[in-house]
Design a protein around this ligand. Structure first.
Ligand code: SPV
Ligand code: MG
Length: 288
């Protein structure tokens, strides 16, 4: 897809236009639209959220076409770009080449792939988080860059070195190799309950490429502080999903218990709010 028939900016241009790009995770167009409306500059089509929405583990169970359909449906509803979480690239380098072609064709302008072995398991699950050989993952990055047809397309190389317990030095070593292989940015994921590991990475990285972080287990890291430390983009990967679970559970539980919903009317979105999210008035113009 050429930039001229896109109705939204590429992720590359959004990243360049903001000192810090703030990205919210979503599994549906509705979640994506709400993220955009409250101000987020991009939306993360999260593998964790998309699988959780089907009550399945984030363990490479869904296939590429299912993740692509979810990401493309989110992108269709937005005027900000989607960053598609593509796990390991859904297989080997051949799968990565196919993935890039298909995601690009669907209008996605940025993807992230990670250096775990396929099938992968969610980073926070108690499981084996073995990494792919660094050279093999670098080859996936090279392949992704070779496979893209639009210069705007953006490939994020995500290392799980710190998730697998190999520490900051291994993350640095790998990210340098991925930068040499042509990555447009690196994502360093940590499951520590402080930001220290990520800060140590940033101090040694010295801005070689933009750095993306996912502060799920160190939620007190303010976006401004992350920016000052050298972060270019921050992903709030699953807070929307978790908020939805709690709200739904509370609302439906309370309706079931009380036998009516009157007490909820002021605290749940009105039908008009839903109509607005559906852009009903714009659709009704077609029948006016
Ligand atoms: C996702 O949101 O799917 C991610 C981030 O990849 S995490 O769940 O933290 O691995
Ligand atoms: Mg994921």
């Amino acid at each position: 897809m050429s930039p001229t028939n896109r109705t939204y900016p590429s992720f590359r241009s959004v990243l360049a236009a903001h000192p810090l790009t703030r990205i919210a995770g979503a599994h549906s167009p509705l979640g994506g639209v709400i993220a955009e409306q409250v101000g987020f500059q991009a939306v993360w089509a999260s593998s964790f959220e998309i699988s959780a929405a089907r009550c399945l583990p984030d363990a490479s169970l869904l296939g590429m076409t299912e993740y692509l359909e979810a990401a493309a449906n989110i992108q269709k509803a937005l005027t900000v770009p989607v960053v598609a979480d593509c796990d390991t690239g859904f297989g080997n380098s051949m799968n990565v080449a196919y993935m890039v072609a298909e995601y690009e064709r669907a209008g996605i302008t940025a993807v992230s792939i990670e250096d775990k072995i396929f099938p992968k398991m969610n980073s926070f699950a108690a499981a084996d988080h073995s990494l792919l050989d660094v050279g093999d993952f670098a080859h996936k990055i090279e392949t992704a860059k070779k496979a893209q047809s639009d210069d705007e397309f953006f490939v994020i190389a995500r290392t799980e070195a710190m998730i697998s317990g190999l520490g900051v030095d291994e993350a640095l070593k790998r990210c340098n190799v991925y930068a040499d292989a042509g990555a447009d940015a690196v994502l360093v994921h940590s499951k520590k309950d402080t930001k220290d590991e990520v800060i140590a990475f940033l101090d040694a990285w010295e801005d070689r490429l933009p750095v993306v972080v996912v502060p799920t287990t160190y939620p007190d890291w303010h976006a401004d502080e992350a920016h000052t430390a050298g972060v270019s983009a921050v992903i709030y990967a699953n807070q929307g999903l978790r908020a939805t679970i709690t709200s739904l559970r509370n609302a439906l539980g309370s309706i079931y218990e009380t036998g009516h919903s009157a007490h909820l009317e002021d605290s749940i979105a009105g039908v008009k709010d839903v109509f607005a999210l559906q852009r009903l008035d714009q659709w009704q113009e077609f029948t006016a």
